[in-house]
Design a protein around this ligand. Structure first.
Ligand code: FAD
Length: 396
């Protein structure tokens, strides 16, 4: 039957229209009625919402302001720091300056005190040092527990780690325990006017650069791959404060035991393209595996190592550890020579910060020429052997 409307009691809330299972109701108001209803709804909504927002904002502001300081985790193996940690101290120093806070290094290990001096020389103001036998070899559990303990105690607002195997493991574990956000593989870091860390990284297969913020949680965590950030100056004799922390989980509580460390580099001819100063890379334009010999001969003349695009790696012409780019290595050599590489964004994010980029490509419109310092338009099979020949002549 037709609904009965009790006109004096109807306040025009439209709830009956919304919940009618058959969507059979409509409600109309005269313009005057509509105006009154709008005004009433606004007053009611505004004050309730404002109160809620004020309370929420105050709670958030209080929590955010309890966290201060920029921390960089110093990754080390047998007392030797990973270079990326020093690179991050350079980035951390800029962030700390903008935030007007201290730059702190986090040194965890066994017999690692000498690293404190290095951390100061690379820009740290303070070092939190955890030195105990339980930290001798990296294991997720004790390192995770140690960092979570320090975060709860000192409340930093930013934590940076290298996007190495170790850093990726540790950062994810820490962020999960303390329930905060973590942005992996950042290529740019800066601070906005509300002290938020703006974390830029490639997204959607490298087709866009996304800037990610973690504005409701602290600390803000980010990882950065090696060679993405510039190495800061080493200032001999620079000093700072060492804060010795005595937190150390008991060995019996740790589930993982390190029985033996087997180096994957023992006896192997290991080529580290990420640390190389000169790189000659080949792409699909090399046509086959055998032609990479031409690049190796050229590379030998200039003391370079041979890298590759993903196309060349996928085709099986070069091993994966030589791949440059988003899913390969990030490199920052003095000279990067791209041969038969078109310059896809996923390749360029891995080499665009090289000091000098030389591109050899027969297509004058190839995107690689947009970032190349020097471009050679032509057939690499003529150009590369000619360069090798000329270099050999000059050597004589
Ligand atoms: P092509 O794009 O085919 O270019 C070959 C070039 O060689 C052309 O410009 C051509 O003009 C030139 N050429 C051909 N013959 C000659 C000649 N005789 N002389 C001179 N020039 C010649 N790619 C990477 O490299 N690294 C990554 O880490 C990576 N990660 C990726 C991740 C994702 C999620 C996706 C979707 C893609 C990724 N790619 C990556 C692939 C990337 O999109 C490109 O497909 C790839 O980089 C193209 O490789 P290329 O430049 O060797 O080949």
């Amino acid at each position: 039957g037709a609904p009965i409307i009790d006109a004096p009691k109807c306040i025009g809330c439209v709830k009956c229209v919304k919940i009618c299972p058959a969507s059979a109701l409509e409600m109309y108001f005269t313009p005057e009625e509509q105006k009154i209803l709008d005004e009433l709804a606004k007053q009611k909504g505004d004050s309730a919402a404002e109160e809620e927002v004020d309370e929420e904002t105050a709670r958030l502001q209080k929590m955010l302001s309890a966290y201060r300081g920029v921390w960089v985790f110093i990754e080390q193996t047998d007392g030797e720091a990973a270079k990326v940690s020093w690179e991050l101290l350079g980035t951390g120093a800029e962030l700390a300056k903008q935030l007007k806070v201290e730059l702190c290094a986090l040194v965890i290990g066994s017999g690692v005190e000498p690293l404190c001096g290095e951390a100061f020389a690379y820009g740290a103001d303070k070092v939190y040092l955890l030195d105990a036998p339980v930290y001798r070899h990296y294991r997720t559990q004790p390192y995770n527990e140690a960092i979570c303990h320090l975060i709860a105690k000192h409340k930093p607002e930013v934590i940076l780690m290298g996007a190495t195997g170790l850093g990726r493991d540790l950062a994810g574990a820490v962020a999960t325990v303390i329930k905060t956000g973590l942005t992996a593989d950042c290529t740019g870091l800066s601070i906005d006017d509300k002290r938020n860390l703006m974390q830029t990284r490639p997204a959607f297969g490298g087709n866009i650069m996304a800037t990610i913020m973690c504005d409701k949680f602290r600390p803000q965590m980010a990882t950065v791959r090696p060679h993405v950030m510039a190495m800061p100056d080493f200032v001999e004799g620079r000093t700072g404060t060492v804060v010795r922390e005595d937190f150390a989980p008991v060995e019996e509580s740790i589930l993982t035991k390190v029985l033996e460390v087997i180096s994957d580099r023992d006896g192997q001819d290991h080529v580290d393209i990420a640390g190389a100063e000169f790189i000659v890379s080949g792409g699909r334009g090399m046509v086959n595996r055998e032609n990479f010999v031409l690049l190796q001969q050229f590379a030998n003349e200039i003391g370079a190592v041979v890298g590759a695009s993903r196309s060349a790696v996928d085709a099986g012409w070069m091993p994966h550890d030589r791949q440059v780019g988003q899913t390969g290595k990030t490199v920052r050599p003095k000279v990067y020579i791209a041969c038969g590489i078109s310059g896809a964004i996923q390749h360029m994010v891995g080499m665009q910060d090289s000091d000098i980029i030389i591109a050899i490509n027969r297509d004058k419109d190839a995107p690689i020429f947009q970032i190349a310092t020097y471009g050679i338009v032509g057939d690499l099979f003529q150009i590369v052997p000619a360069l090798t020949r000329r270099l050999r002549e000059l050597r004589k």
